[in-house]
Design a protein around this ligand. Structure first.
Ligand code: AMP
Ligand code: MG
Length: 484
């Protein structure tokens, strides 16, 4: 099956000219496909053959489009680091198609790095190879470990050069999501006092993405309640899997509760609650342990745009559900990671563990994996060496053992379940950097290997052993620049 056969009549364009600008992509030079995503191809039901590869290559190059789907750049706004930017929009990405999958869902294709648009402001409309590789691999990884995320279809590099802090290679990425609507879309129409358009956007989102809310007494409120729930669950996943987004501006928040717009993200190496992955985040607004609070802040910003049609008290009540959903989801995920029973005792066991991990600089991902690979007593004995305060660790280990016992599972079953939930490999910036450095020299072998790891992060493979190792101390937790 080729993409052509999956195209549907444009949906987002039906909203009208206030919502987007029609823009032709600016072609990139000498484009070669670096990778296709097997899960993306499968989602859409596309056959991986020469014809579809050529079509995807040309889409990435900006030289392919369908007459029935004029590419468009969406307009939106957003709170960036707490301050309101009244007009952002797709400055370097275009919606290039909407397609129907074999299971009848409609998915949007967004080409990132497509050239200048009316929303490019000071930017060049391009995406560099470095950040495109990062977004491609992390999308695959998040999908494979079960964290809600946008997906990818293709990654391409070109011979076009762009300037960041130095000369870099331009690349492009085809991103997949049922919708690219952000919290910032609603903010744009609310703060520019385009209330009819705000209502039209709400109606559109209800019809296409939250049809179950249409039957509720207040559909818009029901929609907000859903976004609050999905966002709380999403951030619980981030916290449980040690993911730091880095730029949780409201324009990077998906109304579908997906991880969206990957930039200077990081997975924790050593557990460090207040870790800041974004070099530009001088105050730590988006530090790892701030993410749950910021999730609510962003939802409040979204809710504010509904104050014309929903009573403030009702909005406050909806927002008040956030912490409970977050806490419950987080605790449940952490109990799964630890292979222990979830009851009132679990919270203290989790927080005591994190406190001790922080004090002893313990690698976050690998602790769960170590607990997944050996019988309990043996695993705890091995771990004890890494904790300086032996009696504090023994106290924790005793409480944890009791909590594990409450599950009443035989050891093999419990360990297999933990191995299927705790990725063997974390997607560390240290390794992404190695992939990028090789790719920039034209060597894609390291990329291909890490891509395979990202698709099967639970699999134990002898030759992948190196990808489990924490980085050398000097390379841990390096913050990243926002420029991409
Ligand atoms: P981001 O930091 O990637 O979430 O982007 C914030 C805003 O800047 C969005 O409106 C982007 O479209 C825009 N933007 C980021 N990089 C570029 C670029 N190289 N050219 C044009 N616009 C950009
Ligand atoms: Mg963004």
């Amino acid at each position: 099956m080729l993409l052509d056969q999956l195209l549907v009549t444009p949906r987002f364009a039906t909203l009208g000219g206030a919502f987007f600008a029609q823009v032709q992509p600016t072609a990139l030079d000498k484009v070669e496909l670096l990778a296709l995503s097997p899960s993306g191809l499968q989602l859409l039901g596309i056959t991986n053959n020469t014809a579809s590869q050529e079509q995807l290559r040309q889409l990435c190059a900006g030289t392919w489009q369908w007459e029935s789907y004029p590419p468009l750049a969406m307009v939106y706004a957003g709170h960036q680091f707490g301050g309101y930017s009244p007009r952002l929009g797709d400055g370097r990405g275009l919606l290039v198609a909407e397609v129907q999958t074999p299971d009848q869902t409609i998915i949007e294709l967004h080409l990132k790095g497509a050239g200048l648009t009316p929303f490019s402001r000071m930017g060049d409309g391009r995406a560099v190879l470095r950040s495109s590789i990062r977004e491609f691999l992390v999308s695959e990884y998040m999908q494979a470990i079960g964290v809600p995320t946008t997906q990818v279809l293709a990654l391409a590099r070109s011979s076009t050069k762009v300037w960041r802090e130095q000369v870099e290679t331009a690349a492009s990425l085809l991103r997949l999501a049922p919708s690219h609507i952000r919290f910032g879309h609603f903010e744009y129409f609310y703060y520019s006092r385009q209330f009819d358009e705000h209502a039209a956007l709400t109606e559109y989102v209800l019809k296409h993405h939250y049809p179950e809310c249409l039957h509720k007494p207040q559909p818009a409120l029901a929609f907000l309640e859903q976004v609050i729930e999905r966002t709380a669950i999403l951030i619980a996943y981030w916290q449980a899997f040690g993911f730091c987004h880095g730029v949780m501006n409201t324009d990077n928040m998906s109304i579908l509760g997906l991880t969206f717009d990957y930039g200077p993200f990081a997975f924790l190496d050593d557990y460090q609650a207040n870790y800041i992955c974004n070099k530009s985040d001088s105050t730590g607004r988006y530090a790892f342990n701030q993410q749950p609070e910021i999730g609510l802040w962003n939802l409040t910003a979204l809710a504010e745009t509904f104050t014309q049609q929903i009573a403030i008290e009702e909005l406050k009540t909806a927002l008040a559900s956030y912490w409970n959903i977050f806490q419950q989801s987080y605790q449940s995920l952490m109990c799964q990671r630890l292979g222990m029973h979830n009851d009132a005792q679990a919270a203290a066991i989790i927080s005591d563990l994190l406190k001790q991990m922080q004090q002893n600089q313990i690698d976050y991902n690998n602790l769960f994996r170590r607990l997944s690979e050996e019988p309990l007593a043996l695993a705890l004995e091995g771990l004890a060496d890494d904790f300086v305060d032996g009696s504090a660790f023994s106290r924790w280990a005793a409480a944890y053992t009791q909590q594990v016992t409450k599950l009443d599972l035989d050891e093999t079953t419990r360990l297999l379940a933990m191995q299927a939930f705790n990725p063997r490999y974390s997607l560390r910036n240290y390794y992404l950097q190695q992939v990028i450095e090789a790719a920039e020299k034209g060597d894609n072998t390291v990329f291909s290997e890490l891509h395979a790891v990202c698709q099967s992060p639970f699999l134990s493979k002898e030759e992948w052993f190196k990808w489990c190792m924490p980085p050398p101390d000097t390379e841990k937790a390096q913050p990243l620049s926002c420029s991409s």
